[in-house]
Write a protein that binds this ligand. Sequence first.
Ligand SMILES: [Zn+2]
Length: 340
Amino acid sequence: MRALTLLGDRQLELLDTDPPPPPAAGEVQVRVKAVALNYLDVWGFRGMAFAKRKMPLVVGVEASGEIAAAGPDVTHLTPGQGVVMYGALTCGTCKACRAGRDNLCENVGGIMGFHVDGFTRDLINLPARLVVPVPDGVSLRDAACAPIGFATVQHMLFDNAKLEPGETVLVHAGGSGIGTAAILMAKQIGCTVITTVGDDAKAEKAKALGADHVINYKTERFEGVTRKLTQKKGVDVVFEHVGAETFNGSLLCLKRGGRLVTCGATSGPSTTLNLMQLFQQQYRIIGSFGATLKNIAESLDKMAAGLKPVIDTQVPLAEFERGLERLASRQVFGKVVVTL
Ligand SMILES: [Zn+2]
């Protein structure tokens, strides 16, 4: 079978490897159909110093597929059924896992495709508990964007920031995979959405997705525009993932008691914080990473109800690297999906 493997920094090779054995008890074997790309793939490809990882490494952190075979005791998943896979090897037995908080697992075996072998291969064996069925009416291409793209946003906006109908939210980088998902999910429950983009073409696309106000951060200061749009009150929630370049401006956009939720730092990981501002304004700053299995099911349900992920580009397996370049480019609007 094929396995797209990282041999060293920026060295990807499509290897011919042995298929996995038949699934053991408690496992399923999945035939991978689509892999959605994320910044984790870009960092992994370039080689990030912080990543303790096995090498060579099968890449791909987010994917969908079909059940190829089920272990002897697995009855709720049947061959041919569409599924998506959880992106980390969690234990299923620690306190966090038992509470359904897999993204806080105390014994996590690593992020698939980043620390340990990932999904860009024809067949993979996995614990059945880490596989979530795809509902009818959702394509495997779209479903591939559920485990990270949609579920991360579901977790950030609803579990963590507790976004409610009628509230105002500032979504940074509205053209990114998670930015597009955040716009869609916030609009779906009747929020007012302000978003930032880097050029006018993206501004049009963000408006078409439903954003109420779009700020071109290259030509306008987003914090000034946001305060003006909210009559100087500020927004209820800021959806952060840009990091150093925007973090302090984001805090200035919050109303008193507002919530900032962040899952990324693509522009850099360090900033300074005015602690007086933090406590006097009673801000809540919430770190968010990954998602729960429930968030993945919720995301797939949203897709089944018509909330489709925005797909920027679909490429075949042979063009995985071109997909990564597209994702890392400033032109991308939505997700990049690789089909196997
Ligand atoms: Zn655990």
